[in-house]
Write a protein that binds this ligand. Structure first.
Ligand code: ATP
Length: 805
C-alpha cells in the first residue's frame, strides 16, 4: 500500500477518534443539562403553586391579605418569568478547577479561593480536578443547595472569564458549551494549564476543539447583536465587574467590545445589587438603529425590566414616538445646535417668548379681554398676549393698561425661576395692582377688616371669567416646542442671540427651525431634542392637580368611603407608575460617548444627577467637531465624582486586513493614536472598485450583490449622509440582508461585509469627516469593498487617494 494512502488512513482513524471523544463529551454535558432542566421544572411547579396559593389568599379580602397577596404574586411572577424565558443557550460554560487554598464555600456553594492549594499539583506535574462548575445565564441550585449552574455574574463565575494561561488561578480547563433549547450541540475547550496532566474521576481530562472565541467571531452577523457571555475576555470582564461606586470610563478602538461590555455591565450591576438599581438603568445610544441592533442582548441575559435603552434623539419627552427624532441637520447647523453657546440663547428665548406683540391669532374679544395691536412692522409675538385687563369690582370698572402690565411682567420675570412656575406670582401681582386701583383700598383703617376685604376682593376677582381668561392668555403655559418654533423668526432670534451667534449662524438656525409650525409641531432633528429638553428645564412643569382616586359609588352612598382605609398601591402599580414618571436613573450608561454634543451632555446629565455612570467611547470615532467643548460639558455632567479608567485593546470585529486599511485613515484623523490589535486575520484583503462607466448606482449595486453571494449574513452599504435616500433606491431589489446607511448612522453597527462609497465624500462632509470615515471603514467582520468616484482620485488599482500609503 502506498505510504500516502496509509497516512490518509491513519489521519482518518485519528479524526474518528477525535469525533468519538467529542461525542462522548457532548454526552457528558447533555446529561448535566438534562439534570438542570429537571430541576428547573420542579422550580416552575413551585412558583406556580405559590401563585395559585397567593390568588386564593386574595379571596379572603381583608386589606392585609390583599397586600400580602400582591407581594407574593409579584415575587412569584418575577421568578416564573425568569424560569420560563426561553434561553437559547441557557448553559454555556464550565470550568474544571484545582483544589483551592482554603476550604471555604460562598453563598452559591462553590469554593471561594482563587489560588490553588500548595499541594494541588504534584511534583510530577499531575493533578486532580477538585471542583467542576457549570456557568449559565441564571443560577440553579439542586435540592441539596449544591450549585448545578452558577450565574455568570456571580463571583464564582469570574475565573471562567479572568483565567488565562499566563495567570490561570485554579482553572485547568475552560469549556464553552453550545446548546439550543434542551440539546447540547458542541463543546470547545481552552487549556489554561497545558503543562499539567490533570485527571477527573480517575480519567485524563480530555480537551476538545481550538477555543470558543474564534468560533464566535467567525459566525455570520444578523440584524441583531448577540451576547458574548460565553466568550467575554479578561480585560472586558474587569470592566463588566468594576464596582459602580462612581464613574467608570472605558475607551477602546473600533470593535473592542465597548457596546457589548456596556450591555453586560448593566446586567451585572442588576444582578449584583438589584435593590440599588431598582431606580433603573439608562443606556444612551447614538441612533435608533443601534438601539434596535442591541436591545435583544439584555433579555438574552435574563434582564429587561429595569433597563431603558434610548436613542439620544428620543431622550426628551417632547420627542414623540419611540424612535424620536431621526432627521439630521446639516453639519454647520448641527454645530450651532450642539454647542453650549445655545444655552444663553435658550434662556432668553424661554423668558422672551411670552411677549406682547402683534397677535398671531386674529383679533378676538373674549368677555372684556382684548388683544392690542402693534404696528405692522413689529415682529409677530412668539406667543401673542393681551395688553389690557378689565375687571369689575365694588361696582366699578378697573383696568390695567399695557405699560402697567409690562411692568408687572418684567417684575415677575426678574429672577431665574422657570417661567411656567411663575404664574402664581404673576397672578398675585395682578391682583395687587387691581386692588391698588380699587375703591376697597383705604376703606378700612382697621387692619383686620382691611385684610378681610382684600381677601374677599381677591376671591371675587380671581374667580371671575374675564380675569381667568386674561391670565390664561397673558401667562399661558409655554411648551418647549412652542418656544423652539418661536426661534424660527430671524429677527427675534437675532435679538435673543445678540453677541452669541453671528448673523450667518442666526440665519441658518432660524431656517432649520422652520420645519415646525407655530405650535412647534413638525419633524425634529436629533439636535433639536437636546434643545427641547433644555427648554423644558428652563420653563418648568407646573404641578398638576393629583388625579382623584376613583370612588366606588356604593361606598359613597353608604358613607363607607370615609371609613375605608386608602388602598395601598400594589407593587406592580408602583413599578409601572415609577417607570412612567421616571426622569432620573440610578445608573447611566453612555455608549459612543465621544459623539455627545455639549447640549446633549446637559440633557443626559439631568437624568443622572444622583447616578453612578459608565461611559464608553472612542475619541478617534467622534463626529463632533469641537472635542474640547464636549469634554468640558462631559465633566460638568459627571461632576466631581471619582473616575476609574479602563482601556480595551483588542479588535474582535475586523480582520487584520481591514483594520490595517482603516489605520491609514486613523493616522490622518488622529496622528499618533494607536489602533487596536485585530484578533484574527482572514487572508481576504479589501477590494477597491472605481465607479464603472460613470454609473455609481450600478457599481455599488453590483458590489453589494457580489458580497451578498459571498457571505451568509448581512451587507452594509455606507454612503455620505446626503446620499442616504438615493442609496436606498439603488439597493431596493437586493433583499433584506443588505442595508444602506448614511455615514453617521453606521455608528456602532456591524455587518459581515460592507461597501464604503466614496471615502472623499464622507471625509469632506464635516470638520470631523475623517473620523466618520474611520467609523465607516471599521464596520465589517469579513469583507470590505471601497467604491471610489472621481473625487477620490483613485490610482491605477482603484485605491483612493485617502487610503494610499
Ligand atoms: N469577548 C468577545 N467574544 C466574542 N465576540 C466579541 C467579544 N468581544 C467583542 N465581540 C464582538 O466584537 C464585535 C464588536 O463589539 P462591539 O460592537 O461591542 O465593539 P465596540 O467597541 O462597541 O465597537 P465600535 O466602537 O466600533 O462601535 C461584536 O460583534 C461583538 O459581539
Amino acid at each position: 500500500m502506498p505510504s500516502a494512502v496509509k497516512k490518509g488512513a491513519s489521519v482518518a482513524a485519528q479524526d474518528a477518534a477525535v469525533e468519538s471523544l467529542r461525542d462522548r463529551e457532548i454526552g457528558v454535558e447533555q446529561e448535566h443539562l438534562d439534570r438542570v432542566y429537571r430541576r428547573l421544572e420542579e422550580k416552575i411547579d413551585e412558583a406556580e403553586f405559590l401563585m395559585n396559593d397567593a390568588v386564593k389568599r386574595g379571596q379572603v379580602g381583608t386589606p392585609g391579605a390583599l397586600a400580602e397577596r400582591d407581594a407574593q404574586v409579584f415575587r412569584a411572577g418575577i421568578h416564573l418569568n425568569r424560569l420560563n424565558s426561553e434561553f437559547e443557550d441557557f448553559l454555556f460554560g464550565r470550568i474544571d478547577l484545582l483544589l483551592g487554598k482554603d476550604g471555604e464555600r460562598g453563598p452559591d456553594g462553590a469554593y471561594t479561593s482563587v489560588e490553588p492549594a500548595d499541594d494541588a499539583v504534584r511534583e510530577d506535574a499531575t493533578a486532580d480536578i477538585a471542583e467542576t462548575l457549570h456557568i449559565g445565564r441564571i443560577g440553579v441550585l439542586d435540592s441539596d443547595y449544591a450549585p448545578l449552574v452558577i450565574d455568570w455574574r456571580a463571583p464564582a463565575a469570574a475565573p471562567f472569564y479572568r483565567s488565562t494561561p499566563k495567570d490561570p488561578g485554579r482553572v485547568v480547563r475552560r469549556r464553552v458549551i453550545r446548546s439550543k433549547g434542551r440539546q447540547v450541540l458542541g463543546v470547545e475547550d481552552d487549556l489554561m494549564r497545558p503543562e499539567l496532566t490533570a485527571s477527573l474521576g480517575g480519567e485524563k481530562l480530555p480537551v476538545i476543539g481550538d477555543g470558543a472565541l474564534m468560533a464566535a467571531l467567525g459566525q455570520a452577523r444578523s440584524h441583531t447583536m448577540r451576547d458574548i457571555v460565553s466568550s467575554i475576555q479578561a480585560e472586558q470582564d474587569l470592566v463588566i465587574r468594576a464596582p459602580a461606586a462612581s464613574v467608570t470610563e472605558v475607551t477602546g478602538g473600533p470593535g473592542t467590545g465597548k457596546t457589548a461590555v456596556a450591555l453586560h455591565r448593566a446586567a451585572y450591576l442588576l444582578y449584583q445589587d438589584r435593590r440599588r438599581y431598582a431606580g433603573g438603568i439608562l443606556i444612551v445610544s447614538p441612533t435608533p438603529l443601534l438601539v434596535a441592533y442591541t436591545e435583544g442582548v439584555l433579555p438574552s441575559l435574563g434582564e429587561e425590566g429595569q433597563v431603558a435603552i434610548r436613542a439620544i434623539g428620543s431622550l426628551s419627552d417632547d420627542a414623540a414616538g419611540l424612535d424620536g427624532a431621526t432627521a439630521y441637520d446639516e453639519p454647520p447647523v448641527a454645530r450651532i445646535k450642539g454647542s453650549s453657546r445655545m444655552l444663553p440663547v435658550l434662556r432668553k428665548a424661554a423668558r422672551g417668548a411670552l411677549e406682547r406683540g402683534r397677535p398671531a391669532a386674529p383679533r378676538q374679544e373674549a368677555g372684556q379681554l382684548s388683544f392690542g395691536e402693534e404696528p405692522e412692522d413689529a415682529p409677530a409675538a412668539a406667543v401673542a398676549t393681551p395688553d389690557r385687563l378689565r375687571v369689575v369690582a365694588f361696582g366699578a370698572r378697573i383696568e390695567l393698561e399695557a405699560d402697567e402690565l409690562r411692568r408687572i411682567r418684567d417684575n415677575v420675570l426678574g429672577g431665574t425661576a422657570p417661567v411656567n412656575l411663575l404664574r402664581p406670582r404673576a397672578r398675585k401681582l395682578l391682583l395687587d395692582a387691581l386692588w391698588n386701583k380699587s375703591s376697597g383700598r383705604g376703606r378700612y383703617t382697621d387692619p383686620e377688616l382691611a385684610a378681610e376685604l382684600r381677601s374677599s376682593f381677591d376671591e371675587d376677582v380671581s374667580t371671575e371669567t374675564p380675569f381667568l381668561e386674561f391670565l390664561d392668555a397673558w401667562w399661558p403655559e409655554l411648551t418647549p416646542r412652542r418656544v423652539l418654533a418661536a426661534m424660527a423668526d430671524e429677527r427675534r432670534l437675532a435679538r435673543w442671540s445678540r453677541r452669541v451667534l453671528n448673523q450667518g449662524e442666526v440665519r441658518r438656525l432660524a431656517r432649520s427651525l422652520r420645519r415646525l409650525d407655530a405650535a412647534g409641531e413638525g419633524p425634529l432633528s436629533v439636535h433639536d431634542v437636546a434643545l427641547l429638553d433644555e427648554l423644558q428645564a428652563l420653563l418648568g412643569t407646573p404641578a398638576r392637580p393629583r388625579r382623584k382616586r376613583e370612588a366606588d359609588p356604593l361606598d359613597q352612598l353608604t358613607g363607607l368611603e370615609e371609613l375605608m382605609p386608602q388602598r395601598e398601591e400594589t407593587q406592580w402599580e408602583r413599578a409601572e407608575r415609577l417607570a412612567a414618571e421616571r426622569t432620573e436613573y440610578a445608573h447611566v450608561i453612555v455608549d459612543e460617548a465621544q459623539d455627545l454634543t455639549p447640549m446633549q451632555w446637559r440633557m443626559v446629565g439631568r437624568r443622572g444627577r444622583h447616578a453612578t455612570w459608565t461611559v464608553v467611547g472612542d475619541p478617534a470615532q467622534s463626529s463632533w467637531s469641537d472635542p474640547d467643548e464636549a469634554a468640558a460639558a462631559r465633566d460638568e455632567a459627571l461632576g466631581s465624582r471619582p473616575r476609574r479608567r479602563f482601556t480595551l485593546t483588542v479588535n474582535y470585529r475586523n480582520p487584520a486586513e481591514i483594520a490595517e486599511l482603516a489605520a491609514k485613515v486613523l493616522a490622518l484623523a488622529m496622528p499618533g493614536m494607536e489602533s487596536p490589535a485585530a484578533v484574527r486575520s482572514t487572508g481576504v484583503v479589501p477590494r477597491f472598485e472605481p465607479v464603472r462607466d460613470g454609473d455609481l448606482a450600478a457599481t455599488v449595486r453590483a458590489e453589494a450583490a457580489r458580497l451578498l453571494a459571498e457571505v451568509d449574513g448581512t451587507v452594509g452599504v455606507v454612503v455620505a449622509m446626503n446620499r442616504r435616500e438615493q442609496a436606498r433606491g439603488w439597493l431596493a431589489e437586493l433583499g433584506e440582508r443588505v442595508v444602506a446607511l448614511g455615514s453617521l448612522e453606521a455608528k456602532g453597527l456591524e455587518y459581515d461585509a460592507t461597501v464604503v462609497v466614496s471615502p472623499a465624500e464622507i471625509a469632506d462632509e464635516s470638520p470631523a469627516g475623517l473620523r466618520v470615515l474611520y467609523v465607516a471603514l471599521t464596520r465589517a467582520t469579513q469583507q470590505l469593498t471601497v467604491v471610489s468616484g472621481e473625487r477620490d482620485l483613485p490610482d491605477a488599482d482603484g485605491v483612493p487617494d485617502l487610503l494610499r500609503d
